[in-house]
Design a protein around this ligand. Structure first.
Ligand SMILES: [Zn+2]
Length: 287
């Protein structure tokens, strides 16, 4: 590769890669959970929240490491406000967002600021940290410091694994909601599709499984619900060892579509179709 091409490639990667934060908060400490070390970074005003996070890690780390060890120490940065969190993760207008995980960092909105009147319970914190740490475990098992964003892992697998591992099913939509979404009439369906294409039904933007991004901001409950249910279905049908094998195949250099096909035996698209049939054909009314 010529120096110019190498420079262009570096620039392209740098433009897309997660940006480095400008300034680290003032205090940094190391929390040991068994053989796993987690760094906590926070401003002095969040010292109380840091204590709660450190205590919650004792339960959250072993839950997340169900899928493998954290090979690289994770740094949890307590962001002092919701606005600071959105700035750090380059997402604006996501009021429901509380944390964002990357390969070896978690930006966490300080629990002090989650709610004006009462903060999260210890259980809420353990659950959220288990969810975010599961993302870090997944990225570290599947990729390297530079390759992890490029593995083509679909949102349903990323969020589903984190949600199921953290035991967040009780927060998610039930299958009948997903059934209703997929069974709803398409926009402009009044006259039905005509042979010459005029009046053809226009599918609305987004699908909670195959194309979640258009729904992510405004219908996050549907997107996370579909992810949770799809991953649970994968786990029930194919088992945890095959899921670990998906991660291992990516760790050996395959992108997700190839890793999934090798480990599970069918393509991700075929699996998604299986899951849709499962949701569509069940009678959810009596459950
Ligand atoms: Zn997540």
């Amino acid at each position: 590769m010529s120096p110019r091409a190498a420079a262009a490639l570096f620039c392209a990667l740098a433009a897309c890669a997660p940006r480095v934060r400008e300034a680290e908060p003032a205090r940094v400490e190391l929390v040991a959970v068994g053989e796993t070390a987690v760094r906590l970074a926070y401003e002095p005003r969040d010292a109380g929240s840091a204590r709660r996070v450190a205590a919650a890690l004792a339960k959250a780390v072993p839950v997340a490491e169900r899928w493998g060890r954290l090979r690289v120490p994770v740094t949890i940065v307590l962001q002092p406000s919701h606005e600071a969190l959105e700035t750090a993760v380059h997402r604006q207008g996501y009021r429901w967002l509380r944390a964002w995980a990357r390969y070896d960092t978690i930006d966490l909105q300080s629990p002090r600021t989650w709610n004006r009147f009462f903060g999260p319970s210890d259980g809420d914190l353990e659950e959220l940290l288990a969810h975010e740490l599961t993302h870090c475990v997944m990225y570290q098992q599947a990729g390297s410091t530079w390759s992890w964003p490029w593995l083509e892992i679909p949102l349903w697998f990323r969020e589903g694994m984190a949600s199921v591992t953290a035991g967040q099913g009780y927060r998610r939509v039930r299958p009948e909601m997903l059934h209703a979404f997929w069974a709803r009439p398409l926009e402009g369906s009044g006259g039905g599709a005509s042979g010459d294409g005029r009046g053809a039904r226009q599918p609305p933007a987004g699908d909670p499984l195959a194309d979640p991004e258009p729904l992510y901001q405004a219908q996050s409950d549907l997107v996370y619900g579909a992810a949770h249910l799809a991953f649970q279905f994968l786990l029930d049908r194919y088992g945890a060892d095959r899921v670990r094998q998906v991660l291992a195949e990516m760790g050996e250099g395959h992108v997700f579509p190839a890793a999934f096909r090798h480990a599970i035996g069918i393509s991700a698209a075929e699996f998604e179709a299986e899951f849709r049939r499962y949701v569509a054909w069940q009678d959810w009314s009596g459950r």
